[in-house]
Design a protein around this ligand. Structure first.
Ligand SMILES: [Zn+2]
Ligand SMILES: [Zn+2]
Length: 388
């Protein structure tokens, strides 16, 4: 078995010259994704969450016909460069929350599309609003042999815990046992998620939710698997036969856009002890709850008593977000070491120093040791890495 780096939440901006996700970059096409994901970023597995869009299905079929993609033996599609595309769909349910359904192959994706067709107004577009309850979507996913995963679970914007319900076990009833994975989202880490004890049953995923090539792989997971395929990813998620998620890599929650409560009236970002629900500047009682505030509001414990046995979460940012590392330095490093994840995780620091200078080597070393400090984000803006 070996390690595979996987980012399982990536949108498609355009397919067949037509927009799939209007707010996403038009450069975010399947072929650019394969080039960037595998070669430049260093990802081995990419989850496409717009695969049920007929535009994307059509392009995937064209790529299969031309041989640019091949069906992987145990599910998913493989590119010539060795990247595995995991096929999935992000759907907004009647509860107003987003869920990810990962499906074994294109046949299952097409059946899933048929399921959605009568419940969605425009299936071409990304993350369609479906006239379907979360529980029903979960059942349809499982019936097709898929993996069901609440997306960016804690965000006030369309996260299941953030905007819908305090316990998935309440919202989904007995079916909660079929939820296998939980996406942490950019503003949360596993330590925060562990404050809700029912999440012990889920495998945590840290994904980019990329809307552009630049944000591809800003969060990722390291999976231990026999080969890159849907079946192996599922075994890793379930922790079967030695397959497992070895680690999550993601942005520090403080960097996220929704870490603390935000006042839409006076733009204040809460700084007081969480949960802050009333604006301390103008008294507004309708704050947009931050992820940290929401978790403190609904948690049933302050930490996981077995936290030392859980999957580690490492704080990472893309090289371009590191202070003092400009686009030319990133280019040089990626050129020399082949891909960005290799630079971030494994490349020899002395060699990095030779290629990009002492300052860059120092800051990458600090990131690996979890020693970066941050200027918090909030109110829809990302935070920043502090100079030192
Ligand atoms: Zn979403
Ligand atoms: Zn206010």
């Amino acid at each position: 078995m070996r390690k595979y780096y996987a980012d399982l939440h990536v949108h498609i901006g355009r397919a067949g010259e037509r927009p799939v996700k209007v707010t996403a970059s038009s450069q975010l096409t399947l072929s650019n994704l394969i080039l960037w994901g595998a070669r430049r970023k260093g990802l081995d597995v990419v989850g496409i969450v717009d695969a049920a869009s007929p535009l994307v299905i059509q392009e995937l079929e064209t790529m299969l016909e031309s041989g640019a993609l091949l069906p992987a033996a145990d599910g998913g599609l493989a590119s010539g460069s060795g990247l595995l595309l995991l096929l999935g769909a992000e759907v907004e349910t009647v509860e107003g929350a987003h869920f990810l359904s990962y499906l074994p192959d294109l046949t299952a994706v097409k059946e899933f599309r048929v399921f959605l067709e009568s419940r969605v107004s425009n299936l071409n577009l990304s993350t369609p609003k479906a006239r379907v309850a979360a529980k029903e979507l979960l059942r349809a996913t499982v019936e097709l042999g898929g993996i069901f995963c609440p997306a960016h679970a804690f965000t006030p914007h369309k996260g299941a815990y953030g905007c819908w319900i305090e316990r998935l076990a309440v919202g989904l009833g007995d079916d909660v046992g079929k939820v296998e994975a939980l996406e942490l989202g950019l503003s949360a880490d596993s330590k925060m998620a562990h404050m809700i004890s029912e999440t012990d049953a889920f495998c945590f995923l840290s994904n980019s939710d990329a809307h552009s090539l630049a944000s591809l792989g800003r969060e990722y997971n390291c999976l231990l698997m026999e080969n890159p395929s849907f079946a192996e990813v599922r075994r890793a998620v379930r922790g079967e036969k030695g397959r497992q998620v070895l680690a999550n890599y993601g942005m520090h929650p403080m960097l996220g856009k929704y870490h603390r409560s935000f006042c839409p009236l006076c733009s204040a970002i809460a700084t007081g002890e969480a949960p802050v629900t009333v604006c301390d500047r103008c008294g507004n009682r309708k704050m947009v709850l931050g992820v940290w505030d929401r978790i403190c509001q609904i948690r049933d414990r302050v930490e996981n008593p077995k936290s030392s046995e859980t999957v580690p979460y490492h704080y990472r940012v893309p090289l371009a977000m590191l202070p003092g590392v400009g686009p030319r330095t990133v280019e040089k490093l990626v050129e020399h070491f082949e891909n960005e994840i290799h630079v971030i995780e494994n490349a020899d620091l002395d060699e990095i120093k030779q290629v990009a200078g002492a300052e860059t080597a120092t800051v990458i070393g600090r990131m690996r040791r979890g020693k970066l400090s941050f200027v918090p984000g909030g109110g829809g803006k990302y935070g920043k890495v502090q100079k030192d």
